[in-house]
Write a protein that binds this ligand. Sequence first.
Ligand SMILES: C[S@@+](CC[C@H](N)C(=O)[O-])C[C@H]1O[C@@H](n2cnc3c(N)ncnc32)[C@H](O)[C@@H]1O
Length: 206
Amino acid sequence: MTTPNPWSLVPAADYERHMGAGGLDQLAPLSALFQEAYLAAQPDRVLVVGCATGNGLEHVSPAVTRRVVGLDVNLQYLGICRQRFFHLGPRLELYCTSALAWRAPPGSFDLVHAALVFEYLQPAALVEQVAGWLAPHGTCQVVLQLPGGEGPPAAPGVLELIRRAMKLVPPEELTALMERHGLEPRRSKTVPLRHGKSLWTGAFSR
Ligand SMILES: C[S@@+](CC[C@H](N)C(=O)[O-])C[C@H]1O[C@@H](n2cnc3c(N)ncnc32)[C@H](O)[C@@H]1O
């Protein structure tokens, strides 16, 4: 029997409390990073890897985007995402799956956004998937957590499993993997957060 991904066990309320303003306070900065990537790409088709409850999808404009696909291993998160973004109708497709197992025809997306998800799976395998999913002119925007900063203590229990499952990915390692697949770094920056933590974000394209 395979071990379930610990993320599939974290209730949405615990997740949002942990990530929200009373916890790590990362939801607002992550939403802003999605908005920046979205506005720069103006994508007809966008894929969000590890979309959780849909943070950032409020920036998707039906006038710009024909297809929004979200992947996540937690079915409860996807149910909430569907309810919150009901107005996107059939444009929004949500799949409860590991990103490593999901298949799409090559070149299916103009923007692939992957924020704080590389830390929970094999980065090389996800980069290979992304390289296949991206259209020739497409962009992949990644957000990684940088080392340092304490943050408020996580609630005990299942969030502790998440903490143990996380493995930081150095931006240089990610960049080398992307380059191996012909995806060149275009822009990057570090985003300081409350509690002394910081994020790194980078855009890659052919
Ligand atoms: C820290 S949260 C992502 C935050 C979100 N991207 C944002 O910008 O607010 C990590 C998400 O990745 C999902 N996840 C973890 N492993 C995954 C996998 N193998 N495939 C797809 N999603 C995964 C988790 O369920 C969780 O919703």
